[in-house]
Design a protein around this ligand. Structure first.
Ligand code: ATP
Ligand code: MG
Length: 251
């Protein structure tokens, strides 16, 4: 069942249609891969969903709630997390503090609460620490908790940024090119981790240029071209489509 839907969404930049009357839904607890040539409009879809840009027309809904045009923080608060291609961590903070910073954004930093119910904040701080450790264990970075984020490998930084989205309680994860620039051994664990997230109920959308990765993890594949959905279906169906094969030489 789709929990995140775009309906007839259009977005033009200086008269050029980046997304053209596009309708598309993402199934709960499934991995959908967005594929297509450069400039097809894939990243624009993510930018539209997470509120960085507004559609010119059309609607975006999440769990039947209309989220069209909401500010990015508001979309994030609904449970939609975006992972950028450049990982955007606090490089000079430790791995653990990167997670704690995500929690702090929620309640601990609430000055009003810390004066009125200090014990609640103390209790929260402790449970934040426990949860941070759980999350780091979940992504396999517990032994790096006290390392500076900048000292992690690129693949580990991606895992850390996913853990941070989980700290923010995201139910939907939008991931732009998860494997780009990640070394092959790390790719395997990254993919396994993404699969595990879907099994646990997270809805995942990945933009991916590597078709081996797509075949390996996607439940659904959406092939976009010139701002439109050209083909949508099971990985083998879509990757067998002659138009898709033409776009990806070597398939
Ligand atoms: N902020 C922007 N301002 C102007 N044009 C933009 C902007 N963002 C995207 N575009 C244009 O919209 C079109 C779609 O771009 P988009 O980045 O969504 O493609 P993509 O499918 O993610 O491509 P790639 O695989 O290269 O990342 C392109 O023609 C791009 O130049
Ligand atoms: Mg892109």
């Amino acid at each position: 069942m789709s929990i995140l839907e775009l309906e007839n969404v259009t977005k033009a930049f200086d008269g050029v249609l980046a997304v053209d009357k596009l309708s598309l839904g993402f199934d709960e607890a499934k991995i959908t891969a967005l594929i297509g040539p450069n400039g097809a409009g894939k990243t624009t879809i993510f930018n539209l969903i997470c509120g960085l840009i507004r559609p010119d027309s059309g609607a975006i809904s999440y769990r039947t709630k209309n989220i069209t045009g909401l500010a990015p923080w508001h979309v994030a608060q609904q449970g939609i997390g975006r992972l950028f291609q450049d990982v955007r961590l606090f490089e000079r903070l430790t791995v653990n503090d990167n997670i704690l910073a995500a929690f702090k954004n929620q309640t601990g930093e609430n000055a009003f609460l810390s004066v009125v119910v200090p014990w609640k904040v103390v209790r929260e701080e402790r449970s934040f620490l426990e949860r941070a450790l759980q999350l780091l264990e979940f992504v396999g970075l517990a032994d790096k908790a006290n390392d500076l984020a900048e000292n992690l490998s690129y693949g580990q930084q991606k895992l850390l940024s996913i853990a941070r989205l989980l700290a923010l309680d995201a139910d939907v994860l939008l991931i732009d090119e998860p494997t780009a620039g990640v070394n092959p051994t790390m790719v395997a664990s990254l993919l396994e981790f993404i699969r595990r997230l879907a099994k646990e109920g997270k809805t995942i959308v990945v933009i991916e240029h590597n078709m081996n990765v797509v075949v390996e993890i996607a439940d659904w594949v959406c092939f976009m071209n010139q701002g439109q959905v050209e083909s949508f279906g099971l990985p083998n169906e879509v990757l067998g489509d002659p138009e898709v094969r033409a776009a990806y030489i070597g398939l």
